[in-house]
Design a protein around this ligand. Structure first.
Ligand code: 4NP
Length: 173
C-alpha cells in the first residue's frame, strides 16, 4: 500500500472503516457488529471509527433483520443499537476503508465514489486469504442457514481485517 496515496488515518486520526451491502439490515450490520467487538476486545475502540450502510433506501431507520440479530446474538454479537442508513456523499470524506459484501455492492459504491476519494473500496472477504468465496451471499430471501454462513464468513474476514489494520494504529507515547 502506498501510504502517501492512502494515509492510514482520516482527519480525526482514527482508522475509519465502512461496511456496505444492499439493505444495511443483514450483512453489513453483521460485519459492523463483529468487527466492532473484535476492535473493542483488542482495546482499540478509540482508534477506530466503524460504521455500515446500504446502497438501497428500503430499510432506512430500521433495526437489523430479526434473523440476523438473533444469529449474531447467539454468537455473542449484539446488533440491537444499529439502524439502517443509505450510503451518502459524506461517506467518501469520512471513511478511508470501504468494504463491500458482494460484487453488486462494490460496483454500486464505486459508481457513487467521487474522483477525490483517497481511500480504498474493496470486496470484504478477500481481506482474509483463506476463504473460498469472495462474496457474502445475500441471506435475505434464503433459509436460516444463510445467516450462520454470513457470520462464519464475516468473522473470518473481520479477524483478518483487524490484523491488517492494527499495524496502522499509532502507538502514542
Ligand atoms: P442486506 O440484505 O443487503 O445484507 O442487508 C438485504 C436486505 C433487504 C433486501 C435485500 C437484501 N431487500 O431487498 O429488501
Amino acid at each position: 500500500m502506498n501510504t502517501h496515496n492512502h494515509p492510514a488515518h482520516n482527519s480525526d486520526n482514527k482508522i475509519s472503516v465502512l461496511f456496505g451491502c444492499l439493505g444495511n439490515i443483514c450483512r453489513s450490520p453483521t460485519a459492523h457488529g463483529v468487527f466492532q467487538l473484535l476492535v473493542n476486545n483488542a482495546g482499540l475502540s478509540s482508534s477506530f471509527n466503524i460504521d455500515s450502510c446500504g446502497t438501497g433506501d428500503w430499510h432506512i431507520g430500521q433495526s437489523p433483520d430479526n434473523r440476523s440479530a438473533a444469529t449474531a446474538l447467539a454468537r455473542g454479537y449484539d446488533l440491537s443499537a444499529l439502524r439502517a442508513r443509505q450510503i451518502c456523499a459524506d461517506d467518501f470524506d469520512r471513511f478511508e476503508y470501504i468494504y463491500a459484501m458482494d460484487n453488486a455492492n462494490l460496483v454500486d459504491i464505486q459508481d457513487l465514489c467521487p474522483a477525490s476519494f483517497n481511500g480504498q473500496i474493496e470486496l470484504f472477504l478477500p481481506v482474509a486469504n483463506n476463504l473460498v468465496v469472495s462474496e457474502v451471499p445475500d441471506p435475505y430471501y434464503g433459509g436460516v442457514n444463510g445467516f450462520d454462513n454470513v457470520i462464519d464468513l464475516v468473522e473470518s474476514a473481520s479477524i483478518a481485517l483487524l490484523n491488517k489494520l492494527k499495524n496502522s494504529v499509532e502507538i502514542k507515547p
